[in-house]
Design a protein around this ligand. Sequence first.
Ligand code: NAP
Length: 483
Amino acid sequence: MRDHTKFLKEASFVDGRWIPAHNGEVQEVVNPATLKVLGTVPHCGREETSQAIEAAHTTLPSWSSKTAKERASYLHRLANLIEEHTEALSHLLTLEQGKPIAEARGEVGMSAAYVRWFAEEAQRVYGDVIPSPWKGRKILVTKQAIGVVGAITPWNFPSSMIARKLAPALATGCTIVIKPATQTPYSGLAWGVLVELAGIPSGVVNIVTGSPPEIGATLTSDPRVKKITFTGSTPIGKLLAEQSAKTLKKVSMELGGNAPFIVFDDADVHRAVEGAIAAKFRNSGQTCVCTNRFLVQSGIHDVFVQKLSDAVAGLKVGNGLEAGVAQGPLIDGKAVAKIEEHIADAVSKGARVCVGGNRHALGGTFFEPTIIENVRPDALVASDETFGPLAPIFRFETEADAVRLANDTEYGLASYLYTQDLGRAFRMSDALEYGMVGINEGIITTEVAPFGGLKESGIGKEGSKYGIEDYLAVKYVCLGGLA
Ligand code: NAP
């Protein structure tokens, strides 16, 4: 089914109903490739968010008391539907977000994979029986749904970032209120259509578009919401954690990154270039795990830069719906301004542009895939997440230098290193202060592994057996009088 219109909803989804904002206000959604308006969504605020929380709260007892097997079968149905409608959902995603259609298909596939993974994990939420220090008593540990979840997601992965939150929430018996990003709300609202098709009861999943501060403040201040899960920038993550502290909510934060991609002299250079393209230019460099800094050892530096430049020069830029396009537009004008600022700053400090460096001839928010070399450690790009198709290359001499440079950031999400020396691979993976380390691999995300950062890149994990824990409350039951 290729027709995306079935999934393009111009209303928020609350308690199983499609609703406008109470005051009728709307906000436009723009295709970043054509700059044409795709449609509108409601500009909701406190009122609609409170209604959604009420629906989630009211539905919680009936949903959480279903058996794990029942919830799993709903989730399997949801995963089947995503797979069945992959073409339509991917088309919608590219229209509002801009990424090449092949990448959109990959993202939608990941959404289905997360839902299926958590359908299975739902049935493995084991407790414990702890040996009792007292005669005649048993100590039991059970795990229960934490309660109503508030989820806020970004525009760069508008489908799969919701999957990672919605799936473990529903698996454990939680209900959820989701706020998708303003620039890509349709892939978020499409979850409402999928949830309806899967027959998931009204009120279990609610999706509200609109004012970020109003929806955020309502979710974080309402005592009925027991958990906030957020994916987005570090400053907004800190704000939401601060707001959530007043009612002591459990928080999960998937925040910004400043990923190093370290190439040692002994690396397989072809493999490193292949990994570099994937780790840097996927989604036009707009992923939290995208390489922000290439750290390249002196002995391999020139050959790596040359081969990477050749590969980058061959990347086709264009509308993500066109065949063969490897890089779509950036999300907006601010994103273009940021990459220009990073290039100008590095060049003013002595860097040289090897490839690209300019707005693309296509105009709009298209930007040339760019490589700059001879970048100094005090350049802005060394500390600030570019979130665009800019590959800055820093040179280093020793392994100790590589560790120092790589860890010289408050972020700690993904890191990559290329070496054929097994000892070095282990030394480096121990020394890197990052939640994820890719060794000789540029793409490492999978639903079976724990995704998440250290330091100011976040708190908590998504995916894997660890990803379900964040949605559970541990309860101790002491059973006495047995002797
Ligand atoms: P963002 O500005 O922090 O926005 C993320 C979400 O927060 C959006 O839904 C946004 O709403 C909302 N928001 C903004 N201000 C808010 C407020 N005051 N209260 C409540 N919600 C608010 O981040 P972004 O620019 O969309 O996304 C890029 C960032 O996300 C990057 O830093 C990237 O590294 C990070 N990211 C991290 C991961 C991870 O797993 N660690 C994954 C993907 C992205 P609006 O859209 O309506 O503004």
